[in-house]
Design a protein around this ligand. Structure first.
Ligand code: GCU
Length: 592
């Protein structure tokens, strides 16, 4: 073993993950910013590694090492790997891979022709479920934790002219110390399920740019904030003709710069999703985006979009597809937004992790409001500082990627987390991190009910702008009178959004009265819920759980068989249940 081998310790018996020392995060993340990217589109080969031999046997090492020189026998041969498409989830590629939870070794040849002197090369991953290590020509170039956020690995020093062997080990084990932890109510897909692309950048480039309305300026001031790739002094130019005729200049000092100017750009809203072309140049780099300017704030119990009170009426959605699992094709995203708008929704909660970046881009274009969140879900290991760092990094990667998406109005920092002092500190700090990273959005979480007082009471709420409430009165709780009692006992001082409410129904299963798992009861559930919710002035949003039935291995009644069936539409994404029409009529009644 060479001394500088970062995995040397792996060859001892105390095999431990090298992720910590090789992980990249939000500080390395590069916004693609309209730049041209080169897809790394294979062909890829995949070898599943159930016994974690890959790191121990150094499957990443050069193939041409003769076995006689191997320090350890290697039971690995790239060519023996199965040809697979990327992006994909291995679970749906072969029947015997369906429930595989372990490591998968992807390999492809990456041809590279050097660019101009000083050019920098970055591998841009849309997402890998859930932990990844990346190797180029046998050298580890970086790792990442988190299934649903993008990451950037610079390979300028490692890439060679001609063919390069690119290997990615993706591992999707569920573990108590991860984010999310081992117990979840969705399917644990694994693999390189989003794009892998090559980004060529100049010596100094714009890593991150944020553009928007200055909060509290009544739509009268706009800002541009830039973070350069390096702590240098430079200048950037902002060209945004529909915001201000004359270009603006941003002085960059030690890698950062910000301007604010008086301007009244045409605002973005669901009714009028106006987007402005913004081009920011600095040195050789060009960053461009289509930006919607809008203000989202709360005042008392109201949520105000551009100063107008808003009621968020909508539905939750998971990333889950019958054919491709967690892969979100553009068609799939368009279908989700089309169904949401058919429902009469102005709002989508993207449960319970960062969704594909297509979603917010399309929501910007068509005018749908979004709640985006990180998977701080249920019983996270709140006492572990490393788990907090993981959660905060995923949050800041989400913010970096979607900070310029007008449709995203809420950052969700957690979901149904039992209250302990460790949880309170963890989520208080996470909420503060979200606010510090992005003061232009509202912070929320699906909070708790105080069962003794039977009231909405969660000490975390003082650190949030909007209180999310998941409630299932009429499904997990006897009936909607519980919701009426809860409301009567509660006096929140800020807006509450019903962030989840729903009932299972097997499509085609009909019945009368409270026959559970029938379409009829699911529809009646929403009739009862809606009238209670709309009769409560401090409830300012309602998100049905959820748009489509989705895979969940913990759901094993005869009506579910591995699916959570609270969808308004079956998992085929075609068969609407009675509740879809009923809820759609209730939503439309509202907006008349
Ligand atoms: C919870 C949880 C969801 C889950 C839902 C259900 O509220 O947040 O992730 O799927 O209930 O039980 O269907």
């Amino acid at each position: 073993m060479t001394a500088d081998d970062p995995f040397a310790h792996l060859h001892d018996e105390d095999y431990a993950s090298p992720f910590d020392q090789l992980r990249v995060g939000h500080a390395q993340l590069v916004q693609t910013g309209g730049r041209l990217t080169e897809p790394v589109n294979g062909p890829w080969r995949l070898t599943l590694d159930l016994f974690d031999e890959g790191l121990r046997q150094r499957w990443y090492a050069d193939d041409d090492t003769p076995p006689s020189q191997w320090a350890l026998p290697r039971d690995y041969d790239v060519e023996a790997g199965e040809p697979v498409p990327v992006p994909s989830c291995w679970n749906l590629l072969k029947p015997h891979w369906y429930q595989f939870e372990g490591a998968g070794w992807y390999t492809t040849m990456l041809p590279w022709t050097p660019g101009p002197p000083g050019e920098r090369v970055v591998l841009q991953f849309g997402g890998a479920a859930s932990h990844a290590l990346v190797f180029l020509n046998g050298q580890c170039v970086g790792g990442h934790a988190g299934a649903s956020t993008p990451f950037s690995i610079e390979i300028t020093q490692a890439i060679q002219a001609g063919p390069n062997r690119l290997q990615v080990m993706v591992e999707n084990r569920r573990r108590a110390d991860r984010v999310p932890m081992h117990h979840i109510d969705w399917f644990n897909y694994g693999g390189l399920y989003r794009s892998v692309e090559l980004l060529r950048l100049p010596q100094v480039f714009l890593r991150r740019v944020a553009v928007g309305l200055v909060p509290g300026s009544n739509g009268g001031r706009v800002f541009v904030e830039v973070v350069a790739s390096d702590p240098i002094d430079a200048e950037a130019e902002v060209i945004w003709p529909t915001v201000q005729e004359e270009p603006c200049r941003v002085q960059i000092r030690a890698g950062r710069g910000r301007i604010e100017i008086a301007a009244q750009p045409r605002l973005w809203s669901p009714a009028s999703p106006t987007l402005h072309d913004v081009l920011v140049t600095s040195g050789q780099d060009r960053w461009q985006e289509r930006i919607g300017f809008r203000e989202i704030i709360t005042r008392g119990h109201d949520i105000l979009l551009n100063g107008e009170p808003l009621f968020l009426q909508g539905v939750c959605v998971h990333e889950d597809d019958e054919a491709v699992g967690k892969v979100s094709t553009l068609d799939d995203v368009e279908r989700r937004l089309t169904h949401a708008r058919e429902l009469g929704a102005n709002f989508l909660r993207l449960a319970h992790y960062p969704h594909h970046e297509h979603v917010a881009r399309l929501a910007d274009a068509v005018g749908v409001l979004l709640w985006a969140e990180v998977p701080v879900y249920w019983a996270i290991d709140f006492a572990d500082p490393a788990t907090y760092c993981d959660a905060e990094n995923q949050l800041l990667e989400l913010v970096t990627r979607d900070v310029n998406r007008a449709s995203v109005i809420l950052w969700g920092v957690g979901n149904e987390n039992a209250d302990t002092d460790a949880r309170y500190r963890f989520m208080r700090d996470l909420a503060a991190a979200a606010r510090a990273a992005d003061p232009t959005r509202l912070i929320t979480a699906a909070c708790l009910i105080d069962r003794e007082r039977f009231a909405i009471a969660d000490r975390l709420a003082e650190h949030l702008d909007v209180i999310g409430l998941n409630e299932y009165f009429g499904w997990y709780e006897p009936d909607v009178s519980g919701l009426q009692r809860l409301i009567a006992n509660s006096a929140p001082d800020r807006p509450v959004v019903i962030s989840e409410t729903g009932a299972d129904a097997k499509a085609g299963h009909r019945g009368t009265g409270r026959q559970l798992f029938t379409e009829d009861w699911q529809a009646e559930f929403f009739r009862q819920q809606w009238h209670v919710v709309r009769g409560t002035p401090w409830i300012r949003g309602f998100a049905a759980w959820l748009l489509y039935d989705f895979r969940s291995e913990r759901r094993q009644t005869r009506f579910q068989r591995g699916y959570n069936r609270k969808g308004l539409i079956a998992e085929d994404k075609v068969t609407k249940k009675l509740a879809f029409e009923v809820l759609s009529a209730l939503f439309r009644e509202e907006t008349r």
